[in-house]
Ligand binder design. Sequence first.
Ligand SMILES: N=c1c2ncn([C@@H]3O[C@H](COP(=O)(O)OP(=O)(O)OP(=O)(O)O)[C@@H](O)[C@H]3O)c2ncn1[C@@H]1O[C@H](COP(=O)(O)O)[C@@H](O)[C@H]1O
Length: 95
Amino acid sequence: MTDDVLDDVFAVIEDRKAELPEDSYTASLFTHEKGENAVLEKLGEETTELLLAAKDDDREEIAHESADIVYHLLVLLAMKDMDLDDLRDELAERR
Ligand SMILES: N=c1c2ncn([C@@H]3O[C@H](COP(=O)(O)OP(=O)(O)OP(=O)(O)O)[C@@H](O)[C@H]3O)c2ncn1[C@@H]1O[C@H](COP(=O)(O)O)[C@@H](O)[C@H]1O
């Protein structure tokens, strides 16, 4: 455990990618033939749900959908052999 939940979740995702446990949703995304498509579809669906939550000013739903998006985004980074530092570097360069 670190003091950053994003680092913790990403570490679990990397572990699932390496170990591929059968009962893991994350591992299923790495093993399924269409796993990358599933991640991209989720990102699209959840973005739509986030927009609707924002339109409704539903703060709880905004947080829920944002977390779904961030989780699937981290899975996508791991699929592309990227990590949170790639994201941090990009954001830092913009400052
Ligand atoms: N953060 C998540 C996470 N967010 C979403 N999901 C899964 O993604 C799948 C699809 O999400 P959906 O948003 O479609 O599901 P939903 O929330 O019911 O749908 P909506 O209400 O948004 O419409 C569900 O099976 C969720 O359980 C996640 N699965 C795992 N994690 C993290 O990954 C870790 C490892 O999980 P496993 O790989 O399952 O062991 C967990 O401890 C969590 O930290």
